[in-house]
Unconditional design. Structure first.
Length: 254
């Protein structure tokens, strides 16, 4: 039923563009990947456009852009898109907020779920853990500061294992390399071989908004705009929610 609704919505939304099918090249970080892949299939079927996407970690994405790789759209954390606008890599006024995600916690499948319901409970869990995984993306940057604010950075330093760019923390948890791991909820909640424990306590939570921006010199501007219009549509919102993200759908003013 949901698929039929999405296709119907796309048919109305994209009918004028079908006759001018194009390839849309996208560079995206991985937080939106689950919803994005599902929506891209529906978009391609209804629009005739082809969405070619490179998914990678934040640091690698930044290196690719700095090296001169060209795309139509770039999808990253909102502040990163803003920095690309300032540096002249992304067109001013093209930032569109797609979805947001908080930081979550997970353990290996079948293992006891630790107590993370409060700040003190989380501190005790971290101090008791034998090993702790976290990412090199926005959630990892936030956690580095959080550990300091909790006053336990020195105590847990030897237990920390940070992923390299593009590697999911879930892979470290599933393989047993770490006992507990932290990353965007959307990247943990559906990862195979692990059990999602829950989000950080509300008083410690950090929500990242993931946004798109049109790269300067984009070749498929009209098709890329159609893709972003769909990603911010009501039909797409349900898919983002099903993948543990909250749709944002905000087009920023120039």
């Amino acid at each position: 039923m949901r698929t039929r609704i999405v296709v119907a919505a796309l048919g109305v939304l994209l009918l004028p563009t079908v006759a001018q099918a194009a390839e849309i090249k996208v560079l995206s970080t991985q937080a939106v990947e689950g919803a994005y892949r599902e929506l891209a299939l529906q978009f391609e079927k209804a629009s005739g456009h082809k969405v070619t996407t490179t998914f990678t970690g934040t640091l690698d994405a930044q290196k690719r852009i700095a090296a001169g790789e060209t795309y139509d759209l770039i999808i990253m954390a909102g502040p990163s898109i803003d920095e690309l606008i300032k540096s002249g890599k992304v067109a001013p006024g093209s930032r569109v907020d797609l979805a947001r995600s908080g930081v979550g916690v997970a353990v290996r499948a079948g293992m006891p779920k630790p107590d993370i319901h409060s700040t003190e409970a989380l501190k005790k869990t971290l101090l008791a853990a034998k090993s702790i995984g976290y990412s090199s993306g926005p959630s990892g940057v936030y956690l580095t500061g959080l550990f300091r604010r909790l006053g336990i950075a020195d105590q847990i330093k030897s237990k920390l294992k940070q992923t390299t760019t593009g590697v999911f923390v879930g892979s470290l948890i599933a393989s047993g390399e770490v006992e507990i791991g932290f990353q965007q909820v959307s990247e943990l909640a559906h990862y195979p071989g692990i059990d999602y424990v829950g989000p950080l306590p509300a008083e410690l939570q950090n929500v990242t908004v993931f946004s798109s921006g049109m790269q300067i010199g984009a070749k498929s501007v009209d098709a890329a705009n159609a893709w972003i219009t769909f990603l911010t549509s009501p039909a797409a919102a349900a898919v983002f929610r099903s993948k543990s993200m909250e749709p944002a759908g905000v087009r920023r003013a120039p």
